[in-house]
Design a protein around this ligand. Sequence first.
Ligand code: ZN
Length: 446
Amino acid sequence: MDITHRRFKHADLQPLIRKHADTFEVTKLGESVEGRSISSLDWGDGKTKVMLWSQMHGNESTATMSLFDLFNFLEASGDEYDDLRTLLKSRLDLKFIPMINPDGAEQFKRRNAIDIDLNRDAISQISPEAIILKRARDDFEPEFGFNLHDQQIYYNASGTPKQATISVLAPAYNYETDVNAVRTRAMQTIVGMNEVLQQVVPGHVGKYNDAFEPRAFGDNITKWGTSTILIESGGYPNDPDKQYIRQLNFMIILNALEQIASRSYEQYTIEEYFAIPDNDLQLVDLLLNEVQVPVNGNYYPVDLGIRRRDITAGDTYYMSASVDDLGDLQVYYGLEEVDASGLRYVEGKVYDAAFESVASLDEMKVMELLKQGYLAVKVKNGAKGNLHQLPILVLNSTESFSSGWKTGESTNFFLEKDGVRKYAVVNGYLIDLENPKDQEFKQRVY
Ligand SMILES: [Zn+2]
């Protein structure tokens, strides 16, 4: 069975681990709070030890997929990569620990079943998962470590509107953020990884903040003598399930392993590392510039920054949008931006007659309703929480919907010019009423 979306669970991984048990040495390291197994997969006959662990935050699954892609790659033979495999196998001793937090992954949430952030439990060791990870490092004493995470899609490469699709860090080991030989090796390897990324996704790389966090694993594992490389998978246009970013991860992890096996990272300098642009957090999904919003009969021009968060529902998700910030938002970038100067914020209506179900509507009918000023329809059948893909609000358990333009408010409204509706904003999705573009709507019934 192959993984094709990012909400897979512990049970999905077990047959994949068993599949590799002939080529990799599989060891059960222990169990999570809720009794799920955490296993390591070992490969290679070399001297240089490298440990890679993923998903200590349960909803950060991109690199776990990449690790399994890497297992398939290492296990294959008879293609143009045999020389690379031979190099890796003879020089490296690899230990992979995928999905350190299987209980979090089960609910696609960050923390474990004690509601502890494992990345703040490196020292206290309250969680069994944290004990497993630390013990694995202490027993193995790797020269290199890969700490694999996901970050919000709203990170950008500082000073640019480009998403930080991959962010990197050689974590600090003290508050002074000193650079010793251990940290230098991580920085050098990152420079080589960044070279690869700049060829494939130019401008989409950020360097994570290196403020020392005394409770975090990356920082402490560096302190304990392992050259640690943090990879954060962010966002990339039109890749909501991060299947492209998964490939990028695979590519740079493989590149890093080759650098380590051949010691080619030694050609790079820490100055080149520090030259990688910083991560910033300046993106919103939709930036509406200078919308006229009404207060006490007067209109004020404000920039509206809207973010659509994905909310997990089983192994899929829906979006829930709200205003993140407003006012002068010149320091933000929109993944989608509109010059809304001269456009007025106008509320929408609920269509009176109830439809039978979501299936009795289609996109054409919905566009008609939007143009007439309706932002919501009622359905007789179709329970609250059901998912749908219509560009309109669907109501079953309620007769009304919320809308607004202030921070935290749900974004359902029209933008009007001289009494003519130009755009609908439905759950944060922008719909150009004249020229609607092709887009996917991830909605739920209210
Ligand atoms: Zn994380």
